[in-house]
Design a protein around this ligand. Structure first.
Ligand code: BJW
Length: 256
């Protein structure tokens, strides 16, 4: 019932925002942020590791964690949920895909220019100036060291450590991306929020901005979240199952 309602709203929409979090990639085998610490990493707290303070205190530990995650994402494939987002993108007049994810699975599924509010696992930068480009050491070596500490490389220009190109707690989000996301949320008629716990700000404000501006907010998540109250429609279930069902109901004959 709710799938059909969501499909009806989506097929009529002129301006759509798709806002995604870690649950979007869960069925590709990428652990969600708050489930990420499995195996050898189980004794660490993700919210502590994803900070500038953790990197300064123990760069080898933090770089090793990101190399482990980058290797996992390289082995992962987009799931039917990512493909469904790309299918929506091909069918609505205007769409903005805004992701909190640091993987590249939306791009690999065919989304044209997703906004990465929290950066990327694939864009390392100099921790000294932030301006100098940086490259990764050999990926096979990183994979071989899976689960272990790895010293970060040094910036070829200034010798400072190279850091992951992600946004840590206490850091500002990329200004252009955040502005574009806020503008899209404020002017869309439908916002789909998929696989996010909705607790990390300022990103979590994006669905709230859309709802405040009168958009229909559709949430897809197997679990309740603080966004339940913001959403007009709550579709309980995994992204890789629910999103293709919505696309199939919105545009019969289209398989994502
Ligand atoms: C499925 C599924 C399936 C499972 N299908 N679904 C206002 C109030 C309170 C605090 C703050 C505030 N404003 C700012 C703050 C501080 C802080 C913050 O928000 N803290 C909160 C934790 C309380 N924010 C910041 O520090 C931000 N910066 C900032 O505000 O700068 C301004 C400033 C600067 C200096 C001084 C003061 C202010 C920066 C936030 C950066 C977040 N970065 C991270 C790490 C990125 C790198 C990395 O990956 O390592 O981004 S944290 C982490 O959380 C990551 C994620 O993108 C983000 C969101 O998580 P997400 O995607 O929602 O994942 P999960 O795991 O939480 O949830 C998964 C969901 O999927 C669940 O709901 C599941 O049920 C669901 N699911 N399987 C669909 N198959």
């Amino acid at each position: 019932m709710e799938t059909r309602q969501a499909a009806g709203v989506l097929s009529e929409a002129r301006r759509v925002v798709v806002f995604t979090g870690a649950g979007m990639s869960a069925e590709s085998g990428v652990p969600t942020f708050r489930d990420a610490l499995t195996g050898l990493w189980a004794r660490f707290d993700a919210e502590r590791l994803a900070t500038p303070e953790a990197f300064h205190a123990d760069p080898d530990l933090v770089w090793g964690w990101y190399e482990w995650r980058r290797a996992r994402v390289r082995r992962a494939e987009p799931n039917p949920g990512h493909l469904a987002v790309a299918a929506i993108e091909a069918r609505v007049p205007a769409i903005t895909v805004v992701t909190q994810n640091v993987d590249d699975l939306h791009e690999r599924a065919g989304s044209q220019a997703p906004i990465h509010l929290h950066g990327s696992l694939f864009a390392p930068r100099c921790a000294g100036t932030g301006a100098h480009p940086a490259t990764f050491p050999d990926v096979e070596a990183a994979m071989a060291a899976e689960g272990g500490r790895i010293p970060p490389p040094r910036c070829a220009s200034c010798g400072a450590l190279v850091r992951p190109g992600v946004v840590w707690f206490g850091e500002t989000l990329p200004e252009a991306g955040l502005t574009a996301a806020v503008e899209a949320a404020a002017s869309c008629d439908v916002l789909l929020t998929v696989g996010t716990s909705g607790v990390v700000h300022p990103a979590a404000e994006i669905p709230r901005i859309a709802a405040g501006a009168g958009a229909t907010v559709i949430q897809i998540n197997p679990e309740p979240t603080p966004l339940d109250r913001v959403a007009t429609l709550n579709l309980r279930g995994p992204a890789a199952k629910v999103l293709p069902a919505v696309v199939a109901a919105a545009w019969p004959g289209v398989s994502a």
